[in-house]
Structure formats: C-alpha cells, structure tokens
Ligand binder design. Structure first.
Ligand code: FE2
Length: 259
C-alpha cells in the first residue's frame, strides 16, 4: 500500500511538473493521461480524477489514423509500431517503476528529471522510459500534411548551421544510416547550436550518461530501429529515410526549436 501511494504521488507530481517542460505542448502530460485522452489534446489538471487509471503510464493515441502516412509509412507498420512496440515500452515502464526504491521514486518528478540522473536508475527504466518518451515525440514529429521545407527561424538556423537544406538532409540521413543496430537519429540544440547525431537503443539526448553521447534539446527525431520500417522496406533503411522527408512535421520541429 505504501509503495502504491508513493508511486501515485510520484506520477501525479510528474504529470503536473511536466507541463511546459522541454518538449513543450502537452506531450508528456498526455503520456500520463488515461486511455480516453488523445495525444495532442490538452487534458487540463484533472487527468487523475479517474482513479482506476491513477498512477499508470498509458499509450497515447496517435494524432492521425494509422493509414494517414501512406504511402510513405504504411498502415501495418504504424499499427505494429504504435500498438505493439510502443505499448510494450509503456507496459514495461509501469512494471519497472513498481520495482524502484521508494526514495528514488519520491525524488523524481518527471521523465525528464529521471533522464537528468539516468545513471541512478536500472536499465529497465532507461530502456522503457526512453522508449515511451522517444516514441511519443516521434509520433508528433510525423504528419500526413508534413514534408516540404522547414520554415521560420528553424529554416534560417538550418541554413546557417549546415550551409543549405540539402546539406542538412544529407548529414541527417548519414547519421541515420551510420547508427549501427537499433537507435535514433536526432537534430538537437546544444549550446545554442544545431547539432546532428544519434543514440543507441532507446537512449535520447536528454539522458545524462557517462561517455560522449549526444546531448541537447531535441528538435527532430527519427526512429531507425528495424521495427520502424522492416515490414515495408525490409532491410532498406535508406528508403525509409527518404520516405521520412515526406512526412516530417516541420511545424512541430519549429515549435520544439523555439521552445
Ligand atoms: Fe520504434
């Protein structure tokens, strides 16, 4: 009972404090909302009024239908990727939090605060919290109305940092291709500069880990696990990356850049 109470307290605090954090919007607040809440809908402060859902991470709904990104990303891939893979990270994150030391739970207020002291947590939290966070972000960075060119300050920053949009695409695709095995490619802001890089497995640039891994505020994310493209593209990651440019949600990337 005591463990359940502290867990609920942790999660409730997390939902409150995650509002207006680095990712902006209602992304992580919604990630804690009950299953009737869509991903992008503002949920307000009463998301825990349904006590049966209290203290539980949930799979956020996609902000579009599973076939909305066709023909660039196919319906079957979206159904499995979101409904099976992302769901598994959510399920296993809930299980992993139940095993944590009470003091560690009580000293953590959000996924982002967990990432800031990542080395204190077991791999079960690192993998599943990262998986939940990264995929929630990824769904928002795709759109059936996406593609084309970035706009506004982000477009200016890309040109300034990489010389041209084509050169930026080349470097981002290169980072995506060179990530060995499973992981993510990222565009981040670090020390006021745009930086392209990648992370392994479900790590992300917000995690403070030992070593020289990519650090910064996420602006773009591309899932390069085979589960993201194998059903349609088999082993052809390059084809999947080409498709990504047709569905990238530049409005969301711009929002993240400006946040
Ligand atoms: Fe994935």
């Amino acid at each position: 009972m005591e463990n359940n109470t502290s867990r609920r307290s942790f999660l409730k605090q997390t939902a409150i404090l995650s509002t207006g954090t680095l990712i902006g919007s209602s992304l992580l607040q919604d990630a804690f909302a009950n299953t009737t809440q869509p991903l992008l809908e503002e949920t307000g402060s009463d998301i825990f009024t349904n006590s049966i859902e209290e203290g539980t991470f949930v799979l956020p709904k996609l902000p579009y239908s599973t076939d909305a990104l066709e023909p660039h990303i196919d319906k079957a891939t979206m159904e499995i990727h979101h409904g099976k893979h992302h769901q598994a990270y959510v399920t296993n994150l809930n299980k992993a939090i139940g095993t944590l030391d009470k003091k560690l739970v009580e000293s953590s207020s959000s996924l982002e605060t967990i990432f800031k002291k990542m080395s204190q947590f077991p791999d079960s939290i690192r993998n599943n919290a990262g998986g939940h966070y990264n995929h929630t972000l990824f769904w928002e960075l795709l759109s059936p109305n996406g593609g084309g060119l970035p706009k506004g300050k982000l477009a200016q920053a890309i040109t300034s940092s990489f010389g041209s949009f084509d050169e930026f695409k080349k470097q981002f695709a290169d980072a995506s291709m060179k990530r060995f095995g499973s992981g993510w490619a990222w565009l981040v802001v670090k020390d006021g500069q745009l930086v392209i890089g990648s992370t392994a497995n479900q790590d992300n640039p917000l995690m403070r880990l030992k070593g020289k891994g990519l650090k910064g505020k996420p602006v773009m994310a591309l899932d390069v696990w085979e589960h993201a493209y194998y059903f349609k593209n088999q082993n052809r990651r390059a084809d999947y990356i080409n498709s990504f440019w047709n569905v990238i949600n530049w409005e969301k990337a711009e929002q993240l850049f400006n946040s």
